[in-house]
Write a protein that binds this ligand. Structure first.
Ligand SMILES: NC(=O)c1ccc[n+]([C@@H]2O[C@H](COP(=O)([O-])OP(=O)(O)OC[C@H]3O[C@@H](n4cnc5c(N)ncnc54)[C@H](O)[C@@H]3O)[C@@H](O)[C@H]2O)c1
Length: 392
């Protein structure tokens, strides 16, 4: 072999570590497996994701928002990964699809879901009263009993008014937590854990799930429960404003994409573009998704594209990570990695401070914001005449 093949990379690229892993040992930990063997392609991105979370997003009490899409809780990822991360203080606020919260209720009510197969006869399953989410199977009564639980709980007097989805999920979580205690369950429900840890959970499209369907049905029975989406938009912006105005970083940990991704990222344009408050964008961006960028959809939109909207701080873009993989592979590895590498953090209990958080951003907005066109704080380059601009 010629000596030249051992020559180090030219100085410009020499800082990239040599790719020369050891063989996997018998009892290697998940974190060591990630650090030592995931060195390229999406494995490499997964390692970078783990290191971004442990070395930049969590230190100095950084604020971490988690957005959840895809069918994660039906696959057991609420119990196995999300709850341990929440209880360790690694998740400060959540935006989720209604689906993930609805299916979380099954676990909170000790109902049985089964690891099945994706190759079933669905006509036979329908005849047998069995529901399928790809390879997850459960009895139709799981839906009917969960729907009844939601309807019975929201008949309560504390639900008879308009409220933000964070308050709704907090109250619902209280009842799931109480039911879990009576059933002798421990750490079975994301909603219950969020209630116990004071973690606000928002849903960006509350009507688009079985929870929303049951709330709507009860409205036909004179329930006065309504979702105050204005509160949700301002409360989530308030959380990010609170992080930045108290000199903390704001990070987004995105699983999948969809409406929750946008709802979490739009907090920055709400602060900058709509409220006219000087801000630079979220600090750290971590996404695991199977969505591709070239089709132009929000789910696949890259952190670089988000910079152009002011959603991500341009100075922090080099730190952002997108891992193109299935969340059901990525989340267990990321969870094991961070729980073994980072000691638990004190809970921020942002839900307990929700009114003060909203008042702070409202006060600032009413001081600086305008109904007429906002004077942006963004430094936009001076545009001379079009003379000399390259014509296509
Ligand atoms: N019973 C219910 O209430 C129910 C059930 C399912 C969906 N829904 C509703 O449908 C809407 C859409 O749901 P959604 O946002 O989860 O849709 P979705 O499955 O399309 O996911 C959104 C994005 O995440 C990506 N994604 C999904 N699963 C992934 C995985 N395992 N790994 C990596 N990336 C993944 C997808 O590519 C997509 O870009 C939501 O409002 C939800 O509440 C309701």
């Amino acid at each position: 072999m010629s000596a030249s093949s051992k020559r180090p990379l030219s100085r410009k690229f020499a800082h990239y570590p040599r790719l020369n892993p050891l063989g996997v040992g018998r009892n290697i930990s998940a974190a060591d497996l990630v650090d030592q063997t995931m060195l390229a392609y999406n494995g490499g991105r997964l390692r970078e994701a783990c290191q971004l979370l442990t070395r930049k997003m969590l230190p100095e009490d950084g604020f971490v928002g988690l957005s959840l899409t895809g069918a994660l809780t039906p696959a057991g990822l609420g119990k196995s990964c999300l709850i341990p991360l929440m209880k360790a203080g690694f998740v400060d606020w959540i935006v989720s699809t209604g689906a993930n919260l609805y299916h979380d209720l099954h676990f909170g009510l000790d109902m049985h879901l089964h690891s099945g197969s994706p190759f079933m006869d669905d006509v036979e399953l329908h005849r047998e009263g069995v529901i399928r989410i790809y390879d997850v199977l459960f009895d139709y009564n799981v839906l009917l009993d969960t729907d009844a639980f939601v309807r019975e709980v929201i008949q309560g007097p504390e639900f008879q008014r308009p409220m933000g989805t964070d308050e709704f999920h907090h109250l619902l979580g209280k009842y799931v937590s109480e039911r879990g205690r009576r059933l002798g369950l421990k750490d079975s429900s994301v909603l219950a854990a969020a209630y116990e840890c004071g973690i606000p959970i928002f849903t960006s499209s509350p009507g688009d799930s079985s929870i929303g369907m049951n709330v709507a049905a009860m409205a036909l029975r004179d329930s006065r429960l309504m979702f105050d989406v204005n509160r949700d938009v301002n409360q989530t912006a308030g959380i990010v404003y609170h992080a930045k105005s108290t000199r903390h970083t704001s990070s987004v940990f995105i699983l999948g994409g969809g409406s929750p991704k946008n709802f979490m990222l739009q907090t920055e344009p709400q602060i900058q573009e709509v409220m006219g408050i000087r801000e630079k964008g979220h600090d750290y961006f971590l996404q695991c998704t199977d969505a591709r960028p070239d089709t132009g959809g929000l789910s696949g939109a890259t952190p670089a594209e988000a910079v152009s909207w002011g959603k991500v701080d341009p100075d922090k873009l080099p730190d952002s990570v997108v891992c193109y993989t299935d969340s059901t592979l990525a989340l267990p590895l990321i969870s094991a990695y961070v729980l073994s590498r980072v000691p638990p953090r004190p809970l921020k209990r942002l839900y307990d401070r929700r009114d003060a958080i909203l008042d702070a951003v409202k006060t600032r907005y009413l001081k600086t914001g305008t109904v007429t066109k906002v004077t942006t704080s963004r430094k936009i380059a001076k545009r001379g005449s079009s003379v000399g601009l390259k014509k296509r």
